[in-house]
Every structure is written in structure tokens, then in C-alpha cells.
Design a protein around this ligand. Sequence first.
Ligand code: ATP
Ligand code: MG
Length: 422
Amino acid sequence: MTLHNEPAHQTPFLPPACLGVMGGGQLARMFIQAAHQLGYQTAVLDPDPTCPAAALTHHFVHTKYDDPKGLQHLAELSVAVTTEFENVPQSCLETLAQTRWVSPPSKAVGVSQDRALEKAAITQAGFEVAPYQVLSDGSQVNEETQKLLPGILKTTRMGYDGKGQQRLKTLEDLHSALNAASKGLGSPTFVLEKQLPLLTECSVVIARSFDDHVVHLPVQLNVHRGGILFSTTVIPNWIDSALSDELIHASTELARALNYVGVLCVEFFVLQNDHTSTDPKFHWVINEIAPRPHNSAHHSLNSCSISQFELQVRTLAKLPLTQPTQHSPCLMLNLMGEMWLGGPSTSNEMRQQTEPPWADILSLPGTHLHLYGKQEARVGRKMGHLNITALDASTALQTFNACCKILGVDPGIHKPLMFGAP
Ligand code: ATP
Ligand code: MG
């Protein structure tokens, strides 16, 4: 068995070595694009041969994630393996780690797969989360539960993009949700989280090397709609500098507490009404972590000297990390399936799929279109993203608004996160 902490294993894996990735969605696609730019070969394992990364990778292993032969084949092809999503079974990463360098470590991925474990780990590291209770059936409801309402009931496992979540107002709502779940398959465990009054949402992406060097991307301001990320704004000097420092520090310390190596995203809730004019301070809690590059840092492809995907390549290949710098203000807009289907409806039925007017978008200076090669548009499906950069913030905002108008979405209001900001 290879011991990855031996001195020989501290040397980088240089191109044209082959880097492997579990999963072939858009995050894998952008990871392999960064790997190819640096001269690496790539191998992807995914059960779907039409997945976004399949068309681009040198080697494609077409099996289920937990297929022993598939895992063995991926390990044979690759010098090191990463994952593009947290729900790959932890045991698969453990199997791969017996013979290959794997980043992020399987244990940290396992923590992020389970909201209850994740919240416990965040709390143990010394950071606050939204008040919560772990529940699997109605008998566990007690006098503390009432204090968590109105709240959000989230399945502990397999949730993403707001899926597996229900907003509840009363104990009756809670009991009927738990009853309904107990009649379904698998009797899931939940966390009931108090619904917090959010001022805004932020996220931080950091990269930590095997030898504890940590770098970060700028703090990202995120807008969610219907539980799905709508836009991210990254404009220099738009975030209170004390808050920015705190969030970057917390992300770094959390990565250390988890013995994390690789790219990690930490999502924060910044809360309303918890500051005074004499001691201005934003109050925040950690929402959750993602053990991988994150949608909210896609801006880095066009706004920063090193993108989050290059950071993933560097941490996986044990290449040096240098601190990325932001060269352009940027807004990122997610391109959702409904933009292909003529507007926001909850139904996919009988709606003709039409390509949005990309020529109009690309006629505007500073627009960077990233499409993931998905053939079928569905409501709520992420088809791509648009990064908008400019020399100054107001031009970037104007272009963002113009793009939203072309695409038929409400741009919303984007403003700095500062005391006294309008
Ligand atoms: P993703 O995978 O896209 O990050 P997710 O399915 O893991 O999403 P969460 O991050 O838990 O879901 O929640 C999605 C969004 O719902 C949050 O970004 C936030 O806008 C809202 N939300 C979740 N929990 C709370 C809460 N306790 N109080 C207020 N709003 C919340
Ligand atoms: Mg989230």
C-alpha cells in the first residue's frame, strides 16, 4: 500500500500525469478544463455517458460510483483522484485512497454528506450555526422544538439546491411532515433549523495544500431564489473589511479543524438587526460547507488570477499555492433551464426548448458565457453561467442588468455590505 505521507509523496505530480475525478457534472468539466490547461491528462468516472465532462476528458470510466472494477480502473489511470460532488459514497474515496493520493480526504467529505455531522463539526471547531435539532420522528419533538419555528426541515443527507427542504410554521406542520416522511422509503433523518432573518448570504472558497498552506478567493455575496443560487457579486471594497477578514479566518480555521486538503467552500448567513451604531459588527453563522469548488466561485474563472478549478488542480497535484488576486469586479448569473423554456414555470411539460439569444448577450463588453453542454433544459437545472466583468463596478452592474433584461429575469438589487451603505 502506498503511504502518502512519505517524503517521496510530497513531491508534485507533474504534467502530463493523469488526474482522476469522481463524477462528471459541470464542476468536473471545469476542473478538467483547468487540468488540461496545465498540461495534465484526465480521467472521469460517472454512470452517465452523456454527462458534461464526458466529451472533454481523455479517459472516461462508465460505471456506477461504487463499482469496484470502475474504481480500480480509475485508480489505474490516475496518479491522484478528486471528487466533484459530496454525495459520492465515502467508502469509494476510501478504496481509492488505499492506492492513490485522494483530495479532499474521505472523512471530510463524509462529514459534509450529513447535515447533522456537519453542524456538529462546525460547532466543535468553535463556530456558530443556526439553532437546530436532529429529528427522525415525532416522538423526539420536545419543548425546545417550538423555539425553532418557523423553521426549515432539511433531510440530513442528499440535499442540494434546496431539494429535500420544507419550510414549516407550526408544530402541526412539523408532525405532518415527519409522519409523511415515515411512510415513505428509507425513513430519513432530518435537521429542523430555525429560519433566521438573513441580511444577506456570503461564501468563501479557500484552498489548503497538503502542507497547510492556505489561500482564498474574495468573499462572495450571494443571492438565492427558491433555494437555488441566482447570482454572485464580487466587487472589491464592497464588503465590510472586518467581516471579510472574519469569514476568511473562519473558513481557514474550519479547514484546519477538518484536516482538509483541497478546495473548500464555506457558506455563511449574515443576520439582520444584530448590530448597534456604537459597536458596528455584523453577526453571522455558518450555513454549510461544500468539499469542492462551488457555484458561487465560478466568477473566479474570469475575475481572478487563479480560478477555483486551478486551485483544485494545484492542491490535487501538490503544486504550490499562491494567493489569487482579483483583477476585475464581477457578477455571476446562473443560467437556468427555464431560460430555454420561455420563463419561470414549475412545469416542464410541452414547452418548446429554444436557445437564449447568446449573440445579444455576447455583443455586450465584459460578458463571458460558460455553457455546460447539457442537451435537455429543465426547470431548476443549471445549464451554464454568465460572468460579467468590467473595469468598474457600475459598468459591471449595468451590463448585468442588461443581460437579465435580455434573458427575461429580474436582476434584483445588488449593493455593498457595509455599515451606512444605501
Ligand atoms: P445548495 O446545495 O445550493 O447550497 P442546499 O440544498 O444545501 O443548497 P441550504 O444551503 O441549506 O440548501 O439552503 C438553501 C438556501 O435556503 C440558503 O442558501 C438560504 O437562502 C435558505 N435557507 C436555508 N436555511 C435557512 C435558515 N436556517 N434560515 C434562513 N434561510 C435559510
Ligand atoms: Mg447551500
